[in-house]
Write a protein that binds this ligand. Structure first.
Ligand code: HEM
Length: 499
């Protein structure tokens, strides 16, 4: 067994950790001076470990027992998704408790640079993975038990032929999520873990992902800052930002306040992870914007194209919401977390149900979080914690000039929720793909809406003519498939999954 020094330190802390139901990861010897997370100024600050622990104590939440990726959101620098099958459950179980669990990074541990490991590790299992471990309790989520492949048509995916072959079916048992500041750190962690796990698992597929370079860090491949608006979770977020949705912990975590479904006791503080590999046709998207600028006497063609893109997303590339800055980007607004999420789509003197001069009803952020459109207080049932990250290279000069993608790039989409039917699946099927949400004739979401490959008719994109519709013959985001997983608490791994 070959392990790095840091892993040995983690092992040393394991014996005490496993002896108690609470995983005191804070006791791990400091080994980092630089965070493995990025945190653009425009994102709400994470709570400090002390702040989070005080808030969590009030809400009875055990942040030492919740895997670190779940409540942290889209702040990783580099990440590797390692999909595997369990080749030999009897061999794997002791390795799950002996070799994997000590390396699983808790929420508390990730919040403080001094307790962050060199490479953070999280794990999640599909239904077939739990079955392989002989864990037969129902988790109370039929979409999870059926697997994502069965859900393909409901999600609007064009066909299984677009899917990464390894996702087509129920063959993937689990995913290991490795996150760090460098690929070298991740590669070392993978090599070490592979040698410890031997033949007990088999790698099926992996996806290498990472924040985009330089000033694009935090921006997805179309160029828009991503990760601004994730919900504040009671018991974790010390100071919710203005306009940030505040959700009960049970919206994300099983068996916490707000989760009404009956679950086995060991599932508490676990969460469902929806993984999607979403290919983005960036040169094609840019060519579409260039060919269809919004025409307004005050705008150049380039500004008209930028405005069209901003209205499709609902935010400018800087993150500034079009609801607050309808005609031009406002980078200072985009960078200010106290203001960049503080809007509801209501404006005095404008009628909420018909005004699209500020933000189109079809804009991606309005389809996936309608704010005041569904009344006040805001709908509480359909929120997810997004923790995705871009994958694939930057657009090359030849791709940009030809307007055609030659190398795949996109978003490794990750969403956590306590109910897939209320979370990811709902947002995709019932809101984004539904042309009559939020009003008749709104059209599909121009970014992620998918109608089995059929063209999408989108309303409201032209602020000078709200009756005009735009027909999108290309899906700029194409599903390559994915899987539904359950990310258990650390104590569930120790007490249920590895025994
Ligand atoms: C390649 C695919 C996608 C791209 C390029 C994309 C891009 C973006 C961007 C730029 C934002 C605004 C920044 C922010 O608030 O973080 C955003 C927000 C959001 N997206 Fe996506 N997204 C994608 C896929 C999805 C999917 C599949 C879902 C769910 C089905 C989703 C749900 C959301 C939600 C809930 C928000 C926050 C809305 C709000 O609170 O205002 N996104 N996305």
């Amino acid at each position: 067994m070959r392990f790095s020094i840091s892993a040995v330190v983690l092992f040393a802390s394991l014996s005490s950790t496993l002896a108690t139901p609470k995983h005191k990861r804070g006791a791990v010897k400091p080994r980092r001076t630089r965070s493995l997370l990025i945190n653009p100024d425009a994102f709400p600050d994470l709570p400090t470990a002390q702040e989070a622990s005080a808030v969590a104590a009030d809400a009875g939440l055990n942040l030492d027992d919740i895997q670190g990726d779940v409540l942290i959101g889209m702040k990783k620098n580099r990440e590797l998704f390692y999909f595997f099958t369990i080749a030999n459950a009897a061999d794997f179980k002791p390795k799950l408790s002996g070799s994997i669990l000590p390396l699983i990074t808790s929420t508390t541990q990730l919040l403080d640079v001094s307790t962050q490991p060199e490479t953070a590790l999280n794990i999640a299992f599909s239904q077939t993975g739990l079955t392989a471990l002989n864990v037969t309790d129902s988790l109370g989520d039929s979409l999870f038990s059926g697997g994502q492949f069965k859900d393909l048509a409901n999600l609007g995916d064009p066909s299984a032929t677009q899917w990464v072959p390894e996702f087509a079916g129920t063959g993937i048992h689990g995913v290991l999520l490795f996150a760090s500041d460098t690929d070298d750190h991740i590669n070392t962690a993978v090599t070490n873990l592979e040698s410890a796990l031997g033949d007990s698992i088999t790698k099926v597929y992996s996806l290498q992902a990472g924040a985009r370079p330089g000033a694009e860090a935090g921006h997805e491949h179309f160029g828009f800052l991503d990760g601004i608006s994730n919900p504040a979770v009671t018991g974790f977020t010390a100071n919710p930002m203005a306009g940030q949705a505040v959700v009960a912990p049970g919206t994300i975590l099983l068996s916490e306040t707000g989760d009404a479904t009956t679950r086995p006791s060991w599932a508490k503080d676990g969460t469902f992870l929806a993984f999607r590999q979403l290919k983005q046709l960036v040169p094609e998207f840019n060519a579409f914007l260039t060919a269809n600028p919004i025409v307004d006497g005050n705008l150049t063609a380039e500004q008209g194209s930028d405005l069209l893109g901003a209205r499709m997303v609902g935010r400018w590339k800087s993150g500034a919401p079009v609801d607050l800055s309808p005609l031009v980007d406002d980078p200072a607004l985009g960078a200010d977390p106290t203001r960049n999420n503080n809007f509801t789509f209501t404006h005095s003197g404008f009628t909420l149900s018909s005004d699209q001069t500020h933000c189109p009803f079809s804009a991606h952020i309005r389809k996936t979080r309608p704010r005041s459109d569904l009344g006040t207080p805001e709908d509480a049932a359909h929120h997810i914690m997004r923790a995705g990250i871009p994958y694939g290279p930057e657009v090359s000069d030849s791709e940009a000039s030809s307007g055609t993608t030659s190398t795949e790039r996109g978003l490794a989409f990750v969403a956590y929720q306590s109910s897939l039917a209320n979370g990811f699946h709902f947002l995709q099927q019932i809101w984004a793909n539904n042309a009559n949400f939020v009003h008749a004739g709104t059209g599909a979401d121009p970014i992620i809406g998918a109608l089995a490959g059929a063209q999408r008719v989108v309303g409201g994109l032209d602020p000078t003519n709200s009756a005009k519709t735009t027909t999108l013959t290309t899906d700029f985001v194409v599903s390559r498939g994915g899987e539904y997983f359950f990310a258990p608490s650390l104590s569930a791994i120790a007490s249920k999954l590895s025994v």
